[in-house]
Design a protein around this ligand. Structure first.
Ligand SMILES: [Zn+2]
Ligand SMILES: [Zn+2]
Length: 236
């Protein structure tokens, strides 16, 4: 093999798969077999993406039937379990930014197959400035970049800010989560869009994205949907 080829492994796709470590990775960073084995969220609530049993023929989960969430629709192709949880925590807490390319590309593939109408822009859930300083990057923005590129949709990062430093949702009981997020987001300018997609990494209770969606609806946006890579199985 000549020097040029050795120095250009990406061109030849000879990196090992990020998950199994053996087969060739290909364009995404994981091999085809590992991609097939990912925990696909095939039978999910149309509104909140909660995984539902295969036998569940309704399009909405019980909670969404009883209290419809603010967001119009959630597109979340995977369930938050192994091996995706490790990739997502790597992206979120261990600065493994290469995972954003893989996860964003997987989400883009899913959306290309399933979206009937593209939004006018995509808005990553913002971090509070102090958390952004601490982490050094916003994982939702890192996911949104490959999405914007693959789908050709404008990435909007200057529309909304997080004005309250909220406690991590994982530290709070369900009942406290919605109030923790009240008034957490503030628009920096009027959103001149009718249709927006919010991007986050994982949807757990849905309170974060609902709080952000509410801020958009209050300013006249007509349709707000949610895109995330994975849905936590339980509402905790
Ligand atoms: Zn593999
Ligand atoms: Zn639901």
């Amino acid at each position: 093999m000549n020097k040029w080829l050795n120095n250009n492994p990406t061109r030849l796709n000879i990196f090992p798969c990020l998950l199994c470590g053996t087969a060739n990775a290909g364009r995404l960073g994981i091999c085809h077999a590992c991609e097939q084995d990912l925990p696909h969220n095939l039978s999910a609530c149309r509104r909140c993406a909660l995984p539902l049993p295969d036998t569940h023929h309704a399009q909405l989960c019980g909670q969404c039937l009883a209290t419809p969430p603010i967001c119009y629709q959630a597109h979340v192709p995977y369930i938050y379990t192994t091996p995706l949880d490790a990739l997502i925590t790597g992206l979120k807490f261990r600065q493994q930014l290469h995972c954003a390319h893989l996860l964003g590309s997987l989400l883009a593939q899913h959306l290309q197959k399933n979206l009937r109408q593209y939004p006018e822009c995509i808005v990553p859930v913002p971090l509070h400035p102090s958390r952004l300083r601490e982490r050094g990057y916003n994982q939702a923005l890192e996911l949104a970049r490959p999405l914007s590129r693959s789908l050709g949709i404008q990435l909007e990062t200057n529309l909304v800010q997080r004005v309250r430093q909220t406690r991590p949702q994982t530290e709070l009981k369900l009942a406290s989560r919605a109030s923790n997020l009240r008034q957490a987001f503030q628009l920096k300018q009027p959103p001149n869009y009718r249709h927006i997609a919010i991007v986050d990494d994982v949807i757990t209770s849905g309170h974060t994205v609902n709080a952000l969606a509410q801020a958009f609806y209050q300013q006249g946006v007509e349709k707000v949907e949610v895109w995330a890579i994975a849905r936590a199985i339980c509402r905790n």
